[in-house]
Write a protein that binds this ligand. Structure first.
Ligand code: ADP
Ligand code: MG
Ligand code: MG
Length: 882
C-alpha cells in the first residue's frame, strides 16, 4: 500500500480529493504544489499510517519505514541538501494535519535535523550564526516539549532569564553568542530534568517527532476538541514532513497568517498579520505585536504594513490570494513565510468565520460570479445562524466603557467576571452567565470558553487562540485588551483608569466594537436585513418545507413574522391562564364544586381568551394559526404550600381546609401521565367548550367586522384513542357551528390533534378519521417513547452523552431511529386514511437543523419552532431541499 505521498517542484502524488487520507493540510499542500504555488517540498504520511501506528502498539510496519526513506531521498534531491549532512544540511518541519481542521490542538516541530555538526553547515551557508542558533534553540524548545515531554516553562524561563541578563525585551535582540549559550543551557537542562540526552542523530529526531505527532492525536486537548466538534477518533491524523524555509534570517524575512477576507465581518479585503524576522507560531503566540498585511484599515498608531515594508512580496502574496479564492471558491486562511525576500506558502484551508461574515461572503461571492445561489445557501450552516439571532447592545442604553481591545468575535454578552476555565464551567453548570477573563487563552481553556458567554483576553491579536476559537464557537470575544491588568492571585483586573473589577462582578462585552463595559448593559433584538435577508430569500426559494412558529402572544407572533414565520404551529392556551390576575379566576373554576360554579368562572375567562385570540389573529393576518386547547394538569394552576393556599382561601372566600383538600385531591404521582390534555375535557367538557367559543367568536368578529381571512386550527392534545377525539371533536363542532350561526358568518375551521403518544402514532389511521391535521408533539413523544421524563433526565442524560450511550440529547435533536420512526409511521398511517391531512411538528425539534432535515425527508408539511429559531429552520429546510 502507498503510505507516503510526496510533493514538490510543481508535482504531487496527492490531490484535492484526498482529505481523508492526507488530512486537510497535506491535501492542500499537494494541491497548492500542483497549481504552481511556491510550496517548500516535502511528503505526507497518511492517516492509514496513524491507524497502523496505534494498531502496532505505537510502531510502524517496515513498509512505512522504507517509503519514508525513499521520500526523504527524493526530498534531499529536490532541495540539493542532505539530511544530517554536516556541510549542507537539510532541515525539516514535522507537522500534524487531520482530515478536519483542529487548530492548535496537535503538535508541530520545526528546524528538525539540527545537531552540533549540522549547525556548522547552517552557519557557514547562511553566514549568519545568530539565525543558526536562533533556529537551534527553537528546535530544542519544541522537540524537548513535544517529543520528550519536558515542561515548556523550564526552557522558556531560561530564555527570559537570558533576556533579563542582557537587558533586552525581545528574542530578536539576543546575540549569536547569547543564543549559542542558550543552546548549551537548554541541552543541559534537558539532561538534568529528564535524565536523558537530547538526541543528536537526525533519524532518531525524525522518528521521534513523527511518533509524537501521531501520538498527539490522543492527547487530552485533542480528544476534548474532537468531542466538542463531533470529529470521530478513528479518522486519525496525517503527518507532513516538509523542508524548512526561514522567516527568521533577518529583516528581509518574515512569517505571517492571513485570511483572504475579513473573517469577522466578511468584508472583501486582505486581512492578516505578519512579523519581520520571526518563525512559526510567533505571530499567533503574541511574542511581539504583529503588523498588518495591508493598509486598507490602517489606523493612527498601527505599525507599518507589509504592503509598505515588503512591497514586492506583498504584491506576490496578493496575487496568490486571488488565485486561491478563484481556485477554492471560498475564503481561505493561509500561512506564509518570506525567506530573504522569497515568498513561500505553508498552508491554506477554508477560513473559519463568524455567521455574519459567512453570510456576507456567500452573498458577495454570488455577486462576483464565483458561486451559485444554491452554493451560497449551503455555505452558511443553520446552527451558525443562531449567533445572529442573539441580541446586540441597545444603542440607546447608557454605557460605561471601561476598556477597549480588539473586536475579535462579534455579538454582545454580559456575565460575571471569572478568571479560570474550570470555574467558568462550574458556574455555567449552575446556569450563571460568566465572562471568562484571561491574559491569553490556550487549548487547555477550551472547556471554559465553551461554558462562558463571552471571552476577554489582555493579550493576543485577531488571529490569537482566543479570537479564532471564539469565532468558531460563535462566542463574543474581545482580545488583546492591553489596557487591563489581570491579577489572577487577587482574582481581579484593573483598568487603565485604575478601576478594579473583582471576580463575580458583572461586565458586558461588545465583540463587534471591541469594548468592555461596566455592568449588565441592555441588549436589543436582532433583525433580518441586508445580506442576511438576501440569503434567506434565496433559501426560501429552494425549500419545500414550511416554517411556522410556537407563539402564545401577539408580541411573539410579531417577532416570529418578522423572522419569516408562515403561521403559528402551536399556540399554548394555558399560558394565557397565567396572565396578570386571570389565574385567580382560573382557580375559582378549578375549586368550584359543581358545573354551575365552573361555568360561572369560565364565563369570566371567556372574554379574556377571546381578546388574546383577536390579538394573535390580527398579528398573523391571513396565516394559519393552530391553537392547542388546555393541556397541563389542573394542579399546576393551584398553589402548593400552606401559606399560598390560605391566601387563596381568603381571596375566594372558601375555608382553608376545603381548598387544601382540593389541592390534595388533584395531587398526582406522575402528572405527566395523569389527568391532562384531552382527558381533562372528557371529565370537564365545559372547559374546551369555552375555549372553542372564544376562538370562534374572535374569528367570526374579525371576518364580520374586519374582512379577515382566517382559518383557525383547533388542536386537541394528548389523544391516545380515537374515541377521545371523536367525542371532543363532536363537542367542538357543535360549539363552533353554534357560534358561526349566532354571528351569521361562515368561518372555515379545522379540528385536529397533537400526536404525542406512541399509541396515537400506531393508530394514526383511525385517528385521522376524526382529525383534519396532525401536529407531532415531539417533546412528549420523546418522553413517552423513551419512557424518559424530561424533567428528571437532566440528572443523568449528560452522563449518557458523555459516555457515548447516546450521541445527542434526544430532547435537543430528534431521535430519528426511534422517535422519528414513530413520526414517520404515524404520518404514513394518517395520510393513508386522509390524503390531504396537514402534518407538521412542533416542539424544540422544529428549530434544530438535523431534525428539520428529517422532517423534510419524510415529507411533512411544516415544522414549528420558537420565534428566534425560525430563520434557522428556514435555512435548514433549504439545505434539505438542495
Ligand atoms: P498548526 O496546524 O498548529 O497551524 P503547522 O503545522 O501549520 O501547525 O505549523 C505551525 C507553524 O510553523 C506554521 O504556521 C508555519 O509558520 C511554521 N512552519 C511549519 N512548517 C514550516 C516549514 N517547513 N518552514 C517554515 N515554517 C514552517
Ligand atoms: Mg500550532
Ligand atoms: Mg498551521
Amino acid at each position: 500500500a502507498k503510505f507516503v505521498y510526496s510533493f514538490g517542484e510543481g508535482q504531487a502524488d496527492g490531490d484535492s480529493t484526498m482529505r481523508e487520507l492526507l488530512g486537510g493540510k497535506g491535501m492542500n499542500l499537494a494541491d497548492m504544489t500542483s497549481i504552481g504555488l511556491p510550496v517548500p517540498p516535502g511528503f505526507t504520511m497518511t492517516t492509514e499510517v496513524c491507524k497502523a501506528f496505534y494498531a502496532n502498539d505505537r510502531d510502524y510496519p517496515d513498509e512505512v519505514r522504507e517509503q519514508v526513506a525513499n521520500a526523504l531521498q527524493l526530498l534531499e534531491k529536490r532541495m540539493g541538501k542532505g539530511f544530517g549532512d554536516a556541510a549542507n544540511p537539510l532541515l525539516v518541519s514535522v507537522r500534524s494535519g487531520a482530515p478536519a481542521s483542529m487548530p492548535g490542538m496537535m503538535d508541530t516541530v520545526l528546524n528538525l535535523g539540527l545537531n552540533d555538526q549540522t549547525i556548522q553547515g547552517v552557519i557557514k551557508q547562511s553566514n549568519d550564526p545568530r539565525f543558526a542558533y536562533d533556529s537551534y534553540r527553537r528546535f530544542i524548545q519544541m522537540y524537548s516539549n513535544v517529543v520528550m515531554g519536558m515542561d515548556g516553562e523550564i526552557l522558556e524561563h531560561l530564555l527570559d532569564q537570558k533576556k533579563q541578563q542582557r537587558g533586552v525585551a525581545l528574542d530578536t535582540q539576543l546575540s549569536a553568542d547569547d543564543l549559542k549559550q542558550l543552546v548549551a543551557d537548554f541541552k543541559a537542562s534537558c539532561k538534568q530534568t529528564l535524565n536523558q540526552d537530547f538526541p543528536e542523530d537526525p533519524q532518531e529526531q525524525l522518528w521521534g517527532a513523527i511518533s509524537a505527532v501521531f501520538g498527539s492525536w490522543m492527547n487530552p486537548r485533542a480528544v476534548t476538541y474532537r468531542k466538542l466538534n463531533g470529529i470521530p477518533a478513528h479518522w486519525g491524523t496525517a503527518v507532513n514532513v516538509q523542508a524548512m524555509v526561514f522567516g527568521n534570517m533577518g529583516d528581509d524575512c518574515a512569517t505571517g497568517v492571513a485570511f483572504t477576507r475579513d473573517p469577522s465581518t466578511g468584508e472583501n479585503y486582505f486581512y492578516g498579520e505578519y512579523l519581520v524576522n520571526a518563525q512559526g507560531e510567533d505571530v499567533v503566540a503574541g511574542i511581539r505585536t504583529p503588523q498588518p498585511i495591508n493598509r486598507a484599515k490602517y489606523q493612527e498608531g498601527d505599525l507599518p504594513a507589509m504592503e509598505e515594508v515588503m512591497p514586492a512580496s506583498y504584491q506576490e502574496l496578493a496575487k496568490i490570494r486571488d488565485l486561491l479564492e478563484r481556485h477554492y471558491k471560498d475564503m481561505q486562511d493561509i500561512e506564509f513565510t518570506i525567506e530573504k525576500g522569497k515568498l513561500y506558502m505553508l498552508q491554506t484551508r477554508t477560513g473559519k468565520r463568524t455567521a455574519h461574515a459567512a453570510i456576507r461572503i456567500a452573498v458577495e461571492m454570488v455577486n462576483e460570479g464565483l458561486i451559485s445561489e444554491q452554493e451560497a445557501v449551503l455555505r452558511v450552516s443553520p446552527d451558525q445562524l443562531d449567533q445572529l439571532l442573539h441580541p446586540s447592545l441597545d444603542p440607546q442604553a447608557e454605557k460605561q466603557v471601561i476598556a477597549k481591545g480588539l473586536p475579535a468575535s462579534p455579538g454582545a454578552a454580559s456575565g460575571q467576571v471569572i478568571f479560570t476555565a474550570d470555574e467558568a464551567e462550574e458556574l455555567a453548570r449552575l446556569k450563571k452567565d460568566v465572562i471568562l477573563v484571561r491574559v491569553e487563552t490556550s487549548p487547555e481553556d477550551i472547556h471554559g470558553m465553551h461554558a462562558a458567554r463571552g471571552i476577554l483576553t489582555a493579550r493576543g491579536g485577531m488571529t490569537s487562540h482566543a479570537a479564532v476559537v471564539a469565532r468558531g464557537m460563535g462566542k463574543c470575544c474581545v482580545s488583546g485588551c492591553g489596557a487591563i491588568k489581570i491579577d489572577y492571585e487577587k482574582q481581579q483586573f484593573t483598568t487603565e483608569a485604575g478601576q478594579v473589577i473583582k471576580r463575580g462582578e458583572y461586565i458586558t462585552l461588545d465583540g463587534s466594537a471591541g469594548e468592555v463595559l461596566l455592568g449588565n448593559v441592555p441588549k436589543v433584538e436582532p433583525q433580518v436585513c441586508g445580506d442576511f435577508a438576501t440569503l434567506m430569500a434565496w433559501a426560501d426559494s429552494f425549500r419545500r418545507l414550511k416554517v411556522r412558529t410556537n407563539a402564545d402572544t401577539p408580541y411573539d407572533s410579531k417577532v416570529a413574522r418578522d423572522f419569516g414565520a408562515e403561521g403559528i404551529g402551536l399556540c399554548r392556551t394555558e399560558h394565557m391562564f397565567f396572565e396578570g390576575d386571570r389565574i385567580q379566576t382560573v382557580r375559582e373554576m378549578i375549586l368550584a364544586n359543581d358545573l354551575a360554579g365552573r361555568k360561572r368562572a369560565l364565563d369570566k375567562i371567556l372574554p379574556m381568551q377571546k381578546s388574546d385570540f383577536l390579538g394573535i389573529f390580527r398579528e398573523m393576518k391571513g396565516l394559519p394559526v393552530t391553537i392547542r386547547l388546555l393541556d397541563p394538569p389542573l394542579h399546576e394552576f393551584l398553589p402548593q404550600n400552606d401559606d399560598d393556599v390560605s391566601e387563596l382561601a381568603q381571596a375566594v372566600g372558601i375555608r382553608f381546609s376545603e381548598v387544601k383538600s382540593h389541592v390534595e385531591k388533584l395531587h398526582e404521582f406522575n402528572p405527566m401521565l395523569g389527568h391532562r390534555g384531552c382527558r381533562l375535557a372528557i371529565t370537564y367538557p365545559e372547559v374546551y367548550d369555552m375555549q372553542v367559543q372564544a376562538i370562534m367568536e374572535a374569528a367570526c368578529e374579525l371576518v364580520r367586522d374586519e374582512q379577515f381571512d382566517i382559518v383557525p386550527e383547533i388542536m386537541i392534545p394528548l389523544v391516545a384513542h380515537v374515541n377521545e377525539l371523536r367525542i371532543l371533536r363532536e363537542n367542538a363542532v357543535k360549539m363552533a357551528d353554534a357560534v358561526c350561526e349566532r354571528y351569521g358568518v361562515k368561518v372555515k375551521y379545522l379540528i385536529g390533534t397533537m400526536i404525542e403518544l406512541p399509541r396515537a402514532c400506531l393508530t394514526a389511521d383511525a385517528i385521522a378519521e376524526e382529525a383534519e391535521f396532525f401536529s407531532f408533539g415531539t417533546n412528549d413523544l420523546t418522553q413517552t417513547t423513551y419512557g424518559l421524563s424530561r424533567d428528571d433526565a437532566g440528572n443523568f442524560l449528560p452522563d449518557y452523552v458523555e459516555r457515548g450511550v447516546l450521541k445527542k440529547d434526544p430532547f435537543v435533536a430528534l431521535d430519528q431511529r426511534g422517535v422519528g420512526e414513530l413520526v414517520k409511521l404515524g404520518f404514513e398511517r394518517g395520510r393513508s386514511t386522509r390524503p390531504d391531512l396537514k402534518v407538521g411538528i412542533c416542539g424544540e425539534h422544529g428549530g434544530e437543523p438535523s431534525s428539520v432535515i428529517f422532517c423534510h425527508k419524510i415529507g411533512l408539511d411544516y415544522v414549528s419552532c420558537s420565534p428566534y429559531r425560525v430563520p434557522v429552520a428556514r435555512l435548514a429546510a433549504a439545505h434539505a431541499a438542495i
